[in-house]
Design a protein around this ligand. Structure first.
Ligand code: 3UK
Length: 548
């Protein structure tokens, strides 16, 4: 097992970015982006300028900096530039709605937000509600320094004055050299928000040392990542999955990453693979299924550069894996990770795969499967999966109870049901809560239900996961209409559109069934588990999984 000992004074930006310069890789390509290459020296200089820019805005060590950025060299430089000066970057999911951003910006108390110009509209309309935000820096990639009128505009609202800056001017005026803050290996380094079945998203506080363990245990230990590797991740940098895949994994060995700022559509993925010839591709099961659904993809696109593919976010059905190997002659390693644990802790290996399973423990992590009383279950029995390892978040910000429920000393509750077979492979058997993973992204049934109930025709709603033809989970809503309303195909479509307009569009129910009433407990709680069996296809039955 890899043994890693870090010094007490440790700054992750020095370890992952600057080390490439001190080890002579300054001229090496760090990032491929929009037909251009960015060397490690260029990313490091931009990071220094951003760090200095933050210092000039009065940002102090430990203060949060929000990033609402597309995958780009700017993201890489902002993430490490903030860490280098001791601030704590908080990457935000770019697919969310203004209401989500109000919560996360106020909860994190971010002082500064860096936002891509194309996403700025989401923020502009909520500025008066952002209590702690002082500065917004707008990244417009077509701008050159000194060419915009919008630099240093002040926006006054009753509670607050906020300053709007132009990124190109801001970095042009900042010094290109920066002394790293003397952070401890146990200082907070960055946060990632993760959603739960009820309540607001939880800020997972990750420490300076966390990325080092994931890079060593998983990227080096399982993927055997090398300086010669070129990574390409369909999962974005603001996800814990994408952040490792396409930023600190390749940077940990002086490799290169391919950034694609557009939507991860199947055809676009193939084109990027053909153009930049990555050696490792990271996707989610839904994407692999849609890439396989493109007719003749294996004849139309050259994927010969790939040495390995990775899937995470939700379970990879064995059939998708088999078809992918048949078509593209490269394995997909399914592995389970989480935002809390930062990256993958159970995984298949290139020379040791069991299709349908999540694989075996990544060396460096320990697992235990327990019953409801917290006692380890006999081998082969299904129970709650707990993990111990050194990359786990320290706590959830301002959520003490949730922290105590999930993080138990060295162990963390994953919220997943698992069993381990005789050969040591782990088999996913569903969530312990009602949460759904759809296309690798969290969907809370409660949030979708609350949105549906806001529609004037809807009295009650219950949302559950059902399996589609590919064996992947999709949200389905059971809807009770108000008196006087009649079920119709048209109303079902209207409700889908209504959800897409009010919460992040990827959360909408793919199926709607109108029912006269919902099953409830004596205390009036919806019994979602009773509805799962009435979905379009059969729900995940653990005993069926066991027989694969
Ligand atoms: C589920 C899986 C079955 C599982 C993630 C790789 O997905 C990631 O993080 P999230 O916090 O979600 C974590 C939860 O998602 N899950 C993830 N991978 C699998 N279920 N098979 C899988 N292979 O419920 C887990 O608890 O969004 C994935 C790396 C870093 C990550 N953060």
């Amino acid at each position: 097992e890899p043994q890693i000992k870090l010094p007490d004074t440790f700054n992750a930006a020095v370890a992952f970015l600057d080390r490439n310069l001190t080890e002579g890789r300054g001229a090496k390509t760090a990032v491929y982006y929009e037909g251009k290459t960015y060397s490690y020296a260029q990313i490091a200089e931009l990071a220094n300028r951003i760090g200095n820019g933050l210092l000039e805005l009065g940002v102090d060590i430990e203060q949060r900096i929000a990033l609402l950025l597309l995958d780009s060299p700017h993201f890489a430089a902002a993430f490490f530039g903030a860490i280098k000066m001791g601030a704590v970057p908080v990457p935000l999911n770019t697919l969310l709605r203004p209401d989500d951003y109000i919560y996360m910006l106020n909860d994190s108390r971010a002082r500064v937000l860096l936002v891509h110009a194309t996403l700025w509209q989401n923020i502009q309309q909520i500025l008066p509600q952002l209590k702690c935000l002082r500065h917004v820096v707008i990244v417009n990639e077509n701008d050159e320094a000194g060419h915009t009128a919008s630099s240093h505009v002040a926006v006054h609202s009753p509670a607050n004055t906020q300053f709007i800056h132009n990124f190109a001017d801001w970095v042009a005026h900042a010094s290109p050299t920066l002394q790293a803050a003397e952070t401890s290996k146990d200082d907070s380094a960055f946060w990632l928000y993760s959603s739960g079945s009820t309540g607001f998203p939880k800020g997972c506080v990750h420490l300076q040392h966390d990325m080092t363990y994931c890079a060593n245990y998983y990227a080096k230990g399982i993927l055997d990542i090398q300086e010669s590797d070129i990574t390409f991740s369909a999962a974005r940098l603001y996800f814990a999955y994408g952040l490792g895949n396409n930023l600190y994994f390749p940077f940990s060995v002086g490799g290169s990453a391919v950034y694609h700022p557009g939507r991860p559509l199947p055809e676009a993925m193939f084109k990027v693979i053909e153009q930049y010839r990555p050696t490792i591709f990271f996707g989610v099961p839904t994407l692999y299924a849609s890439m396989l659904a493109l007719p003749d993809a294996e004849k139309r696109f050259d994927c010969s550069s790939l040495r390995v593919c990775v899937s995470a976010g939700e379970a990879l059905p064995a059939d998708i894996l088999r078809r992918w190997e048949q078509h593209f002659h490269v394995p997909i390693l399914d592995g389970i990770g989480s935002t809390e644990i930062l990256h993958i802790f159970i995984s298949n290996r290139i020379d040791d795969m069991k299709p349908g399973s999540s694989g075996k423990l990544v060396p460096g992590y320990q697992a235990v499967i327990t019953d409801e009383q917290g006692q380890p279950v006999p081998a082969g029995d299904i129970g709650n999966l707990l993990i111990s390892g050194e990359s786990t978040a320290a706590y959830y910000w301002n959520k003490h109870d949730k922290t105590r429920d999930a993080m138990m000393g060295r162990w963390i509750q994953t919220g997943d049901k698992y069993y381990q077979d005789e050969e040591g492979y782990f088999w996913y058997c569903g969530r312990a809560d009602d949460m759904l993973k759809v296309g690798g992204q969290w969907v809370s049934p409660v949030e979708v239900e609350n949105t549906l109930i806001a529609h004037p025709a809807v009295l009650e709603a219950a949302v559950v996961g059902v399996f589609d033809q590919e064996n992947l989970v999709k949200p389905k809503a059971f809807v009770v209409l108000r008196i006087g309303q009649t079920p119709s195909e048209q109303l079902a479509e209207e409700l889908k559109t209504f959800v897409k307009q009010h919460i992040a569009p990827f959360k909408y129910p793919r199926f709607i069934e109108f029912v006269p009433e919902l099953p409830k407990t004596a205390t009036g709680k919806i019994q979602r588990f009773l509805l799962r069996g009435t979905g379009q296809t059969e729900p995940l039955d653990p005993s069926a999984v066991k027989n694969i």
